[in-house]
Design a protein around this ligand. Structure first.
Ligand code: AMP
Ligand code: MG
Length: 603
């Protein structure tokens, strides 16, 4: 049985395991230069079973550590080392160690040891040692590197297990390269899945499980429409846009200067035979030794291939001499170098923002095929929920959820139908849901799905459609209802305003993007250094409102917005990102790296 392992990094991790004496280190010492040569940047983590030291008595760093520094960092201009005293009973924790690796500096982490962890690994085996195989007990072993004389028990060989030659370093390097190239970061979050279990009829799901279930029910809208360039904003392309032209159309000058035929060496002076402005063309063909004065964007005269900028040229009586080095072909933009005629300029499923619209315009296209906009219908529930603009009754609150939901859905290019506030009554709810489902692709409600008051949403939905009630292991935003009423999708979001925004971002957003025609959209997550200790609980994903900024050290730093009450919309206003702490982590210490999801996407 292996111990669960979740890779906290955005790069692959691959283990090498064997009984001691098999030659793990010998292999790694040969493999590392081989992989380096192939351009793979490596980090290595090695598990030592004994009390090791990397420092030498008498060195300042050694003496300061022995004097009681729990962490000692010694640095020079070539290398730095951090030594941390970590007296513990059991094994060191690989996940914690991996978080110390600077994942932007390497492409893969090779791990020697940690045999018992459920980490993808290569087993090393020598028949001569007479030790048992590890792969028969561990399904995380991808390949076994052994010698010719090794007999693998044929009944126990999993079909996907690769056999490698322990003495063929180049073959093992091929395997590592292939593994690194095919590795994909975990679907959406750097977190493990919490096993689904059923509590009454409330299923407990992790964030990624919930999302996967939701997306499995979403298909893109079928209808396509042809619309004007001017109406494209935030629409999604329904077919590839093929460029009808070369961009740029003609080979032209990138500078104001002189165009000529490159020669090595160049003559001391060239004779100016003409001038060409943008939008025009020099009528003749240039000969060697001649030059034409040219403006930025003007077509390069026939024959010419190189441009020297005006600042580096001197013209006296029609004779032009140049300063500085000249490289053949410099300052020339080749026809079609941006986009060639016949090339896919923008692929189907691309969402069209400013740059995409500019690009389509630059191709001369003015009518494009896009998917129709999805329609959402939104309503709020709760007797205490009041309409903004009206006097606030005692014990009531103003409705904010409808407004955050509508704004986010519009940003995603949806048409929005507002069904207002629905009182807590079975009849009102049933009528609203039935109507909403006929009007919209997606019906979104907020409130009324927590355990206390879920009952009639449940009974109504059971009559109208097929609904699941989930407890998502997340904070904020635990209860979530999802299902179908007729052909429409239904999201029953929690009531608390922050929970609504967070669950919209994590679940509704990917669904609306898929519905709108985008393919495999994923939230952009970035690693940032936490400037404070953030509390969390294992088995639950935390979405903490955070403020990220570029630190003086040139790295992203993040801190929380403070009070994290799930009703406090001010935390969403103050923050510029969600800090996501996966369900494998108990807490994040100040200085550790966390993933952030900037709001910029949507809010
Ligand atoms: P519920 O899930 O209906 O019990 O609601 C949880 C909390 O969210 C309660 O404090 C509600 O008052 C609040 N809430 C529910 N709907 C809204 C809304 N549309 N706008 C603001 N707060 C709401
Ligand atoms: Mg309620």
């Amino acid at each position: 049985m292996s111990t669960p392992f979740v890779n906290p990094l955005s790069i692959p991790v691959l283990g090498f395991c064997a009984y001691s004496g098999t030659g793990k280190t010998t292999l790694l010492k040969q493999l590392i230069p081989e992989l380096n040569q192939r351009g793979l940047r490596l980090a290595v983590i090695k598990h030592a079973h004994h009390n090791f030291d990397v420092d030498i008595p008498g060195k300042d760093s050694y003496e300061m550590r022995k004097a009681g520094a729990r962490q000692m960092l010694v640095a020079s201009h070539v290398r730095w080392a951090l030594m941390t005293e970590d007296a513990r009973d059991g094994d060191p924790e690989l996940v914690h160690l991996l978080k110390q690796i600077e994942a932007d500096k390497v492409d893969i982490v090779l791990v020697e040891g940690f045999k018992k962890l459920a980490l993808p690994k290569i087993e090393l085996h020598r028949a001569a040692h007479g030790k048992p195989f590890i792969y028969t007990q561990d399904e995380n072993i991808l390949a076994i590197a052994c010698c010719d004389d090794t007999q693998l028990p044929s009944d126990a060989i999993p079909s996907e297990l690769r056999r490698l030659d322990l003495n063929n370093v180049s073959q093992i390097a091929d395997f590592v390269m292939e593994y690194a190239q095919n590795w994909e970061a975990p679907l959406q979050y750097p977190i493990s899945a919490v096993d689904a279990c059923t509590i009454g009829d409330n299923k407990n799901l992790s964030v990624s499980q919930g999302l996967a279930q939701i997306l499995s029910h979403v298909s893109p809208v079928a209808e396509v429409e042809e619309i004007d360039l001017d109406a494209l904003d935030n629409r999604v392309l329904a077919s590839d846009s093929i460029s009808p032209v070369n961009v740029p159309q003609q080979t032209n000058s990138a500078m104001d200067g002189y165009a000529f035929i490159y020669q090595d060496p160049m003559p001391a002076t060239l004779k100016r035979v003409g001038e060409v402005l943008a939008g025009h063309q020099y009528s003749g063909t240039l000969n060697a030794g001649e030059t034409v004065r040219i403006m930025t964007g003007a077509t390069i005269p026939a024959g010419a291939d190189t441009v020297q900028p005006r600042e580096l040229a001197k013209e006296v009586d029609g004779n032009v001499s140049f300063d500085g080095r000249i490289m053949a072909g410099q300052h020339v933009r080749l026809a079609g170098e941006d986009i060639a005629q016949g090339q896919v300029a923008l692929a189907k499923a691309t969402r069209l923002s400013a740059a995409e619209q500019g690009l389509l315009a630059s191709l001369g296209l003015n009518r494009l095929n896009v998917y129709r906009r999805p329609t959402i219908a939104v309503f709020s529930t709760g007797d205490e929920v009041s309409q903004p603009g009206e006097a606030l009754k005692a014990n009531c609150i103003y409705d904010s959820n409808r407004f955050t939901i509508k704004a986010m859905a519009k940003r995603l290019g949806c048409d929005v139908i507002d069904l207002g506030i629905i009182e807590d009554s079975e009849t009102a709810l049933e009528a609203t849901l039935a109507k909403a489902a006929t009007l919209a692709d997606v019906v979104i409600s907020s409130g009324g799905v927590s355990v206390g008051d879920a009952d009639y949403i449940k009974t109504v939905l059971a009559r109208l459609g097929k609904i699941d009630f989930w407890r998502i292991s997340m904070r904020p935003g635990r209860p979530l209802a999802f299902g179908k009423i007729g052909d429409s999708l239904f999201f029953g979001l929690p009531g608390n305003p922050v929970a609504v925004m967070v669950t919209f971002l994590q679940f509704v957003q990917p669904a609306l993007r898929k519905l709108a025609g985008e393919v495999n959209w994923q939230a952009q997550l970035f690693p940032a250094i936490s400037d404070e200790t953030l509390r969390s609980r294992q088995g639950r994903t935390e979405f903490i409102r955070g403020i990220f900024q570029l630190g003086k050290d040139g790295r992203l730093h993040v801190s929380s917005t403070g009070n994290q009450g799930s009703g406090m919309l001010s935390s969403m206003v103050k923050g510029n990102c969600l800090i996501i702490i996966g369900d494998d982590a108990e807490a994040v210490n100040a200085g550790e790296t966390v993933f952030i999801q900037p709001f910029a996407d949507l809010l």
